[in-house]
Write a protein that binds this ligand. Structure first.
Ligand SMILES: *Cc1c(COP(=O)(O)O)cnc(C)c1O
Length: 429
């Protein structure tokens, strides 16, 4: 499509957008009484207007039934996580028994590492992405130390291609092959939080398996952003949070995926808790843990119903639309944002010093674009804030922006371009 940097063009894209009615289902923060340009959906998704009602119903049932709400509530609490199962499975391309909503993201990563990072002999190394989210790095390093190893030797950080911020799939596969006799695990963010690069999970999983290793992914920036097929791709495990693209609110319940091939493995080690026990015998309080033959077996505790209610509220929109349609709009929006940013950089002659570091190939990115603003970057960012743009600043010089298909509009992007041009004229030219 040939883009134009004009309000009428942006409005015409909105008019053709089959998802445009979803914006009205969200609370958009205001700036000087007008809607903000909210590009922080990769950090904290906006609140759906139905969240309050979903949570209120659970408060009512608690008030009405007390402890009996475990069985008497409109949505009984005892199996509450099951209400999310089908939607979460659809979201990541899994079978329902392969997914579970539980705990928080980093905790789920630790639980998966307990089961799937099982070093033996020389096979102990872990490959991780370039510049991972700090929590992932800490989690991986702590497991190495827990096993008595040295992260400096055994935690391998992929290096970006020359002169680039990305790591090509060829380079990842070649790194896996180089370490094939010592590799226990490949664990990467599916979309890198910093550069926005989306990795080829299927090829990476295959290469890991050929090397005799396990492949796990952190989907924090991919769930609700990219259409994925975890089961078909043979991914061993994955974890993700629900407060970014999934709009379930701050610190809301996270999720995990465990591939079917591992679900009946009696030798698999796991940290256990009563909620992972077979529900048929859970309340008879048996002495021996009998894991249920699904991802539910990794649950530790009874469900955080209030935060799961918020996730139920927001998953409604994902199940109505589906990732295919969301991704289609997202691809167009991000291309329009990229066009707009380049157009503005051209207009103010900054193409030399400012740079989009997210891959331009839509297959290698989600909705996020990251831009290096190496001259007066913080001032430019502050000027954007003053004009009602909410984006994300990463020290020392990166602005991350994520237009989200459920609630952002093409008009948001046009207006962002205007704000950016003004900011650059003020502080850089
Ligand atoms: C957001 C994010 C986290 C945050 O972890 P929490 O346990 O939810 O606080 C971890 N890893 C990645 C890759 C993230 O993007």
């Amino acid at each position: 499509m040939k883009f134009e940097n004009s309000l009428s063009f942006a409005k015409s894209l909105d008019a053709q957008d089959e998802l445009r009615s979803y914006r009205q289902h969200f609370h958009i923060p205001k700036h000087q009484k007008k809607d903000c340009i909210y590009f922080c959906g990769n950090s904290l998704g906006l609140q759906p207007k139905n969240t309050e009602e979903f949570i209120r119903k659970e408060l009512e049932d608690w008030r009405t039934f007390g402890v009996e709400a475990h069985f008497e509530a409109r949505k009984p609490w005892f199996p509450y996580h099951e209400f999310l199962r089908d939607d979460l499975a659809k979201l990541v391309g899994a079978k329902p028994k392969e997914v579970v909503a539980m705990n928080s993201l980093t905790l789920n990563l630790h639980l998966m590492l307990v089961s799937f990072y099982r070093p033996s002999g020389k096979r102990r190394k872990i490959i991780m992405e370039y510049s991972p989210f700090p929590s992932d790095r800490y989690a991986l390093a702590s497991h190495l130390k827990w096993h008595g190893f040295d992260p400096k030797k055994d935690l391998i950080e992929l290096k970006p291609d020359n002169g680039s911020y990305h790591v090509s799939t060829e380079k990842i596969i070649s790194c896996i092959q180089t370490h094939k006799n010592e590799l226990a695990l490949v664990m990467m963010g599916a979309v890198n939080y910093y550069t926005g690069q989306y990795f080829e999970l299927e090829k990476i999983s295959k290469a890991a398996h050929e090397a005799g290793a396990i492949a796990g992914f952190d989907l924090a920036h991919a769930a609700g952003n990219k259409e994925m097929f975890l089961h078909k791709w043979g991914v061993d495990f994955a974890v993700w949070c629900s407060y970014k693209y999934l709009n379930a609110g701050p610190g809301s319940v996270a999720a995990a995926f465990v591939h079917e091939k591992h679900l009946n493995d009696k030798n698999l080690f796991r940290f256990a808790g009563w909620w992972g026990n077979d529900p048929k015998t859970r309340f008879t309080m048996p002495d021996d843990f009998i894991p249920v033959a699904s991802a539910d077996a990794w649950q530790l505790s009874n469900a955080p119903v209030l935060s799961m209610a918020a996730l139920c509220a927001s998953m409604k929109y994902f199940s109505e639309t589906g990732m295919k349609i969301l991704q289609k709009k997202s691809t167009l929006m991000t291309a329009y944002l990229e066009y707009t940013i380049r157009h503005v950089f051209d207009a103010v002659q900054l193409n030399q010093i400012y740079q989009i570091i997210t891959p331009s190939d839509p297959k290698q990115r989600g909705c996020q674009l990251s831009v290096i603003v190496s001259k007066n970057g913080k001032k430019v960012f502050e000027s954007l804030c003053d004009q009602g743009v909410m984006a994300d600043w990463r020290s020392p010089d990166v602005i991350r922006m994520a237009p989200v298909p459920l609630y952002n509009s093409f008009e948001d992007i046009y207006r962002f371009g205007q704000a950016l041009q003004k900011a650059l004229k003020q502080h850089v030219q």
